[in-house]
Design a binder for this molecule. Structure first.
Ligand SMILES: Cc1cc2nc3c(=O)[nH]c(=O)nc-3n(C[C@H](O)[C@H](O)[C@H](O)COP(=O)(O)OP(=O)(O)OC[C@H]3O[C@@H](n4cnc5c(N)ncnc54)[C@H](O)[C@@H]3O)c2cc1C
Length: 343
């Protein structure tokens, strides 16, 4: 028997704590429930949206005239192949609990992704990354329900088109697939530390040698706790702006001051700029806007916090203010990382 709630506040389903109401909501706990839910929405012609932990979404004030499916699909199965371990994880598991379990087993591959909020399914949506690791480095495949073909499928990592903060699910065929589980390949006795500036500095300062995934997890957690606001205490969606990617030609046209000072990284003939630096350069770090109730975080200006904002309309005003001022000062246009829903 499926328990559908009705007229639910969407503020409780986003770490930004904004949004209108959903007509219906259901917690998805098994695949047999999913079959029944799909049958119901098809029969009644109801729109539906699946989410995980709501840490990368912002609901519009108008709300959602459909069914919100909150993925709570469980699962943690391990196949042990000596050095390579394959784990299959339910999309509704809390991501950081899975990282903790794998580190406890002495496995390596996702430890630098410690403390990223949200659920397992959300990680492939935008190919989550932090401290030199991305989910695409260890992903084998993704089990999905294809809502167009109306069948269960397994998509290989290559089919998921994972790239910097993008994927098949987010950029090419949004809403077509419901993510049900992932398989990851982790290593047991093959730990390698891939140098990353913030971690190098942490290990130097604390005189620690990174010998295993546990050392990396602890370092990442300590750095994140000092740098980022905890969404359970201060409403936010993590990085609100993505690092802009420009061509060499666009980079060459930037003003000399920016070209010389702005941190940037070259990859695949493109250049990634630091959005945090551009915001700070534009005088918007620790910027509090009394009119809208939003601010940029004093330690990391990429993060927009909801101090006492009431509406998504005001958040959009705040975002436009930042984007326009950064563009005026730098000629670089920032784009948002979290997604407005429904879209
Ligand atoms: C403080 C903070 C720090 C953060 N740090 C990082 C970071 O370092 N790196 C990084 O990459 N991200 C970071 N994030 C962003 C966010 O936590 C991740 O993107 C996370 O993986 C989102 O997972 P979620 O379950 O909350 O997804 P949600 O916000 O619930 O959903 C995000 C999108 O995915 C879709 N979706 C979610 N689950 C499913 C599913 N099972 N099937 C189909 N569609 C689905 C939703 O419809 C929506 O479009 C941070 C966020 C916060 C608040």
């Amino acid at each position: 028997m499926i328990n559908y709630s009705s007229d639910v506040s969407l503020k409780d389903f986003t770490t930004m704590k904004l949004g209108g109401r959903a007509k219906f909501m259901v917690n998805l706990k098994s695949l047999s429930q999913l079959d029944q839910i799909i049958e119901w929405v098809n029969k009644e012609s109801i729109n539906f949206l699946m989410i995980g932990g709501g840490s990368n979404i912002i609901w519009l004030d108008e709300g959602f005239n459909g069914l919100l499916i909150v993925n709570q699909l469980p699962g943690f199965e391990v196949e042990n192949h000596q050095n390579d371990w394959i784990i299959k994880v339910g999309a509704g598991e809390i991501w950081d609990k899975i990282v903790a379990k794998t580190v406890l087993l002495g496995l390596s591959g996702i430890e630098a992704l410690s403390l990223i909020p949200g659920k397992v399914g959300g990680t492939v949506m935008q190919n989550v990354g932090a401290y030199g690791q991305e989910i695409k480095d260890s992903l084998i495949d993704v089990e999905v329900f294809d809502t167009v073909a109306k069948k269960y499928q397994v998509l290989s990592r290559d089919q998921c088109l994972l790239d910097y903060r993008s994927s098949l699910f987010k950029n090419y065929q949004p809403r077509q697939y419901l993510i049900l589980s992932l398989r990851l390949r982790l290593t047991k006795n093959n730990f390698k530390y891939h140098s990353y500036e913030a971690l190098d500095r942490y290990f130097d300062d604390h005189k620690i040698v990174p010998l295993d995934s546990e050392t990396i997890r602890q370092a990442v957690m300590n750095i994140r706790r000092t740098k980022l606001p905890n969404p359970a205490e201060i409403a936010n969606c993590g990085s609100f702006f993505a690092n802009p990617i420009v061509t060499q030609e666009q980079f060459d046209k930037l003003n000399l001051d920016i070209k010389h000072k702005a941190p940037h990284w070259t990859f695949d003939h493109k250049i990634k700029l630091s959005a945090a630096w551009l915001i700070e350069y534009s005088g918007l770090k620790d910027f509090h806007d009394r009119q809208t109730g939003f601010a940029t975080w004093f330690k990391q200006p990429l993060i927009v916090i909801n101090e006492n904002g009431k509406t998504t309309k005001d958040l959009i005003k705040f975002k436009d203010l930042i984007v326009n001022q950064v563009f005026q000062k730098t000629q670089v246009r920032l784009s948002m990382e979290p997604e407005f829903l429904p879209n």
